[in-house]
Design a binder for this molecule. Sequence first.
Ligand code: SF4
Ligand code: SF4
Length: 242
Amino acid sequence: MMRMEMNVTLRCTRQCAWCVKLMHLKNVQRSDVTIEQARLFVEQLRVQQARMGRLKLMGGEPAIHPHLVELIDVFAEAKDVIGRISVQSSLNARSAPALRGKGGALKGKARWFAKTPTKKDHTPWLISPADLGVTGKYGIDKRCGVQEGCGFGFEKWGFTSCAIGGTLGRLLDVNPYSQRFFRRGIRDICKHCVFSLGPKLNLVVRKAAMRGEIVAPTPTFERALPRYMAEGGEVDFPVWSR
Ligand code: SF4
Ligand code: SF4
């Protein structure tokens, strides 16, 4: 079963220090996926006969998207290419009563998961294998753990090879987006991604980083972060439109 994570917005109400989407460093303005783009997304899946067994809507914080319900209506009508729909939010029923819970607008259309990722889920991860002098084959020659577990990705600018491809591409200034759904990682991004090492080596490297034997972020990311911050919350890559 193929899975997809869609970042419906890159704005968030929180600033978790370990945010894998780097929301603690900056919110990306004008990043909300539009209804028109949601329709284009569905059309493209149909053209490519690519069925997503699970579509998870994330962010940023998806609940602050002003048209989240309408987006879900578009996806819920596309049962031929989209299976289960879920929303991963950091807000619970009390915080978002209009959307979830009894009588919530999403009832029967999408499942709601309230969870804020914890530090241990994701850190440390800004470790470039290329900086360590090793080359991973996952993501490019075979599916990596992120593609298998979280799935492929989509943001306002198009499809990405995996759920974190957009974040890494924007950070590294390598265009991660395509108007076509694609499965293979982009070499210039994957070579700097710790998940390209595969599960065993990834764990070895991350444990070494936790012990302080590898300093994260590694030099590639240390160089990339100031430029990323200086961009001021905008993205230069072309927005997907007809
Ligand atoms: S709630 Fe999620 S998206 Fe927002 S800052 Fe925390 S980890 Fe990042
Ligand atoms: S960037 Fe990382 S997570 Fe994404 S496809 Fe490449 S190896 Fe996998």
